[in-house]
Write a protein that binds this ligand. Structure first.
Ligand code: CO
Length: 133
């Protein structure tokens, strides 16, 4: 793995959270994007070299809606940039991690993404992502 690509935060209302985080960081979100594969609306902020992704559910039974019902708003996942996502899926499965899909999906911000189940990573949902070239 190369580095932390972004940290994902689950929010109830993206417009409200965008305003709040713009105030916090002193600059607006640089991008808002709907991710059909996950049924979420996202927005991104840059803070130095780091990115923060805000996620709002678009449907009541989507992953983000269920997360907020269970745990409330807050940090949802940590995403790591990888060189070759298919190789990493194979490697991590071999190492015994629960990878949620054998095939990466198109995620937000022009990335291929896959998630590791928190059951195999001390309760932390981990996203692997690779830039689509
Ligand atoms: Co993410």
């Amino acid at each position: 793995m190369k580095h932390i690509e972004h940290i994902g935060i689950a929010v109830k209302n993206l417009d409200d959270a965008n305003k709040l985080y713009a105030k916090l960081f002193g600059k607006p979100s640089y991008k808002t994007e709907v991710v059909e594969s996950e049924n979420v609306k996202t927005s991104f902020f840059k803070v130095g070299n780091n990115k923060i992704e805000l996620l709002e559910a678009m449907e009541e039974d989507s992953i983000i809606a269920r997360f907020i019902q269970k745990k409330g708003e807050g940090i949802h996942h940590i995403a790591f940039e990888v060189e070759n996502i298919n190789e990493e899926i194979k490697r991590l499965k071999y190492e015994g991690f629960v990878v949620l899909s054998d095939v990466p999906k198109k995620g937000a911000d022009n990335k291929l993404v896959v998630f590791l189940h928190p059951i195999s990573t001390n309760g932390v949902l981990i996203e692997l992502c690779q830039e689509i070239i």
